[in-house]
Write a new protein. Structure first.
Length: 342
């Protein structure tokens, strides 16, 4: 079997935002939005990034796109290091990575027709003639399962699902190799979500695309991703295949995150476990953290967690976990009593 070919590589990436205040607007701290993230996305796969709100998922995606500052670390595409800001990247590098933003309504100019919106990237990069761009625009609309006649419509005339398809068509206009999908279904009805997911998979198969999917929707991530990183406070706490993360999570944060779902009747009369609120308060991202960042909320913490920062360790084939322990006790009610030493 052919070994996976890395497309995107992120190495020890850090993004710190200064906190300013006072009469002179001086910096008196910094928010560590991304604090040492490393990951590799292989050609043709769908790589998922999950975590609570404020975990740094969206900032990571924006940094990869060159839309958020990079304090330290590096981003590579096909082995070539990318400049930190999109403005400094060559046209070829800017076209290779394209976004589909979370707030689709605000990312589509209400004063421009759908056709103009989809054709804009081609016009900016001077791809083809005006006539060929019009032809290509209709082809892209048909690829995302919209009639070519939608080119004459405006965003306010479209449903949420149709706007999402337009955003995808625009992202495909420059024939990218990697698409960053930031919560692509979060604002859609459940029935529409399923259709968008089917469309994403269909387009990926047809064009050989690679997806970086950022989402808090665990069901979506489980259904369409190959590998997953679980983020917390700007760090990756666990990385593994989708099966390993959902069937055999090794990090306490991942385990707690997987239980934080509403009660759902599966049709057989059985009800899945209800929402569990993670205990403790979220630590401040302005100050360096001693020990484990998840310490105050972890149901299975030990003394070593308060003093030593846990390493991101390999605990199985392709399975990484930021924890002092190789596994956790699945029932938090008895975890403290049964927890061993690392």
């Amino acid at each position: 079997m052919t070994a996976p070919q890395p497309l995107l590589e992120v190495r020890d990436l850090r993004t710190y935002f200064p906190v300013r205040g006072g009469v002179l607007n001086r910096s008196h701290g910094q928010v560590r939005a991304i604090d040492g993230v490393s990951l590799t996305v292989n050609q043709g796969e769908t790589y998922g990034i999950v975590g609570e709100s404020g975990s740094g998922k969206t900032t990571l995606g924006r940094a990869i796109l060159g839309l958020a500052p990079v304090t330290a670390g590096e981003i590579r595409l096909d082995g070539a290091r990318l400049p930190d800001r999109a403005q400094k990247r060559t046209a070829a590098l800017r076209t290779a990575i394209q976004p589909v933003f979370q707030d689709v309504s605000n990312s589509l100019n209400p004063r421009r027709t759908v056709g103009a919106i989809v054709a804009d990237p081609m016009a900016v990069h001077r791809v083809g003639t005006r006539h060929s761009r019009r032809t290509r625009t209709r082809e892209l609309l048909e690829l995302v399962e919209l009639p070519g006649s939608f080119a004459e419509r405006y965003p306010h005339e479209l449903s949420g699902g149709e706007r999402q398809r337009v955003a995808l068509a625009r992202a495909l206009a420059l024939e990218p190799r990697l698409i960053v999908l930031d919560e692509p279904t979060s604002a859609l009805d459940v029935s529409v979500q399923a259709k968008i997911v089917e469309l994403l998979l269909s387009v990926q198969r047809q064009l050989g695309l690679t997806y970086l999917l950022i989402s808090h929707d665990l069901a979506l991530v489980r259904n369409i991703t190959d590998r997953i990183s679980v983020m917390y406070l700007g760090r990756i706490f666990e990385e593994a295949s989708v099966a390993q993360v959902f069937d055999d999570p090794r990090n306490p944060y991942t385990a707690c995150l997987l239980t934080a779902v509403p009660d759902v009747d599966d049709g057989s009369g059985a009800v899945r476990p209800g929402l569990r609120v993670l205990p403790g308060e979220l630590p401040s991202m302005r100050q360096p953290i001693t020990g484990c960042a998840f310490l105050s909320r972890c149901p299975v913490r030990a003394d070593v967690c308060a003093t030593d920062e846990p390493p991101l360790r390999t605990i199985g084939t392709g399975h990484l976990s930021l924890c002092h322990f190789d596994s956790y006790v699945r029932d938090p009610a008895v975890a403290v009593a049964e927890r061993g030493t690392p």
